[in-house]
Design a protein around this ligand. Structure first.
Ligand SMILES: [Fe+2]
Ligand SMILES: [Fe+2]
Length: 194
């Protein structure tokens, strides 16, 4: 699905449902981080004018998701609080090459893969929640279409600057790295835990 090298372990959804409140809190942080990453790229790549509007749009959508998740937390009486960073994003970042333009390609494709994994997990979590908390289940079925679109958007942005064969070869390499990082991640109530 969506170029992921390996699917999520089969028992993850049941684990996530048992820890739904923590997953929801972590999810709020993920949306905030997704917005911040897009804004960070706007600052870093100001000379790449084609990126400005799409990244701004992505950041706004992620902030709208952030607000939506904050509302669900509030409804459930779960206070928003700081969470220590999980190892997933930093693990993915290790594969990002330091030299430009490779850094740009790897950053865009790493963002794409985070979107892809979020989309896969939101689908699993949303389906598993339908009996216990249908309102929350619906939130996830609604969000996953946006995350799938974000995956495609990041790949298309990469294709503006790199040829398709290079993009797809690098995406396949980074997808293997992503699946290794998530498999090695600690089992804890996070959207991107092991
Ligand atoms: Fe989002
Ligand atoms: Fe997204």
């Amino acid at each position: 699905m969506l170029h992921l090298a390996k699917p999520t372990r089969p028992d993850w959804a049941a684990y996530a449902v048992m820890h739904a409140a923590e997953i929801l809190l972590d999810h709020a942080h993920c949306e905030k981080k997704a917005a911040s990453t897009a804004v960070g790229m706007i600052f870093r790549y100001e000379e790449r004018t084609e990126l400005m509007e799409p990244l701004s749009q992505l950041a706004r959508e992620e902030l709208a998701h952030f607000e939506e998740v904050l509302e669900r937390l509030h409804e459930r009486g779960i206070p928003f609080r700081r969470l220590p960073a999980g190892g997933y994003a930093s693990g993915l970042h290790e594969a990002v090459r330091k030299q430009e333009p490779h850094r740009l390609l790897d950053s865009l494709l790493t963002c794409a893969l985070i979107e892809a994994r979020s989309c896969e997990r939101m689908q699993l979590f949303g389906e598993a929640l339908m009996d216990r908390d249908p309102a929350l289940g619906k939130l996830y079925s609604g969000l996953l279409a946006a995350e799938a679109r974000h995956f495609r958007r990041y790949v298309e942005l990469a294709e503006l600057y790199f040829d398709k064969a290079e993009v797809s070869a690098r995406l396949a390499e980074l997808a293997i790295h992503e699946s290794e990082v998530i498999a090695a991640a600690k089992v804890e109530p996070r959207l991107h835990c092991g």
